[in-house]
Design a protein around this ligand. Structure first.
Ligand SMILES: CC(C)(COP(=O)(O)OP(=O)(O)OC[C@H]1O[C@@H](n2cnc3c(N)ncnc32)[C@H](O)[C@@H]1OP(=O)(O)O)[C@@H](O)C(=O)NCCC(=O)NCCS
Length: 174
């Protein structure tokens, strides 16, 4: 049972080097500096309590991570004080063993102390297929505001570019 081997805790400065080492997907190669900056910003925003970043470890090796952003950039969450689960990621060799769900559970447990709902955005193209299934299987429902591009509603008849900014948002009652 992977559950018994996974340890999840809040990001610490010394984790950043370990995280960078496991980010090996083609789109990540050569971007180590960007990721280092990103996780340093996460660390700062954990200190200021703008976000919390959880890291999953298996046998002391990083197997995944996720953030909760407390003031979402998505207006519909922000207005309703719904924190946003952001940038959920499981290292490919650890996928399909329940770690994504454990990270979601961690976020939900943490947020349930203070919030009534938690939310997240998901992309529409196939790379997001696993995430789409993970979220719907775990009780996330569409928020009903339709398709967003860069957090602005997509109007019927308008063209949009299909990329990581084209999102549907979902929420879950805690
Ligand atoms: C999405 C992601 C975090 C899932 O992590 P994971 O550890 O593999 O997820 P789990 O093992 O907890 O899977 C739980 C459920 O999600 C669904 N799921 C996960 N991967 C799937 C796949 N490849 N195909 C179909 N369903 C999948 C299944 O319903 C699965 O339950 P099951 O294994 O009992 O059928 C991981 O695939 C990932 O990091 N993807 C790239 C980054 C990404 O898309 N992040 C989300 C951004 S919104």
């Amino acid at each position: 049972m992977i559950e018994n081997k996974v340890q999840i805790r809040v990001l610490q400065a010394e984790d950043i080097e370990k995280i960078i080492k496991v980010l090996k997907e083609p789109y990540m190669i050569g971007r180590e500096g960007q990721y280092e900056k990103y996780f340093s910003r996460c660390l700062e925003e954990n200190k200021t309590k703008e976000r919390v970043t959880f890291i999953a470890f298996v046998d002391n090796e990083v197997s995944g991570y996720v953030n909760i952003i407390f003031k979402s950039a998505y207006p519909c969450f922000n207005e309703k004080n719904i924190p946003e689960i952001n940038d959920l990621y499981v290292v490919p060799e650890y996928r399909r063993r329940g770690i994504g769900k454990l990270l979601l559970d961690q976020c939900e447990g943490f947020a349930s102390r203070t919030y009534e709902y938690i939310g997240l955005g998901v992309g529409l193209y196939k790379d997001y297929g696993s995430a789409q299934r993970l979220y719907t299987k775990n009780g996330y429902e569409l928020d009903g505001n339709g398709l967003m591009y860069k957090n602005v509603p997509v109007e019927p008849g308008k063209d949009v570019f299909v990329d990581d900014d084209l999102l549907l948002y979902l929420h879950k009652k805690l």
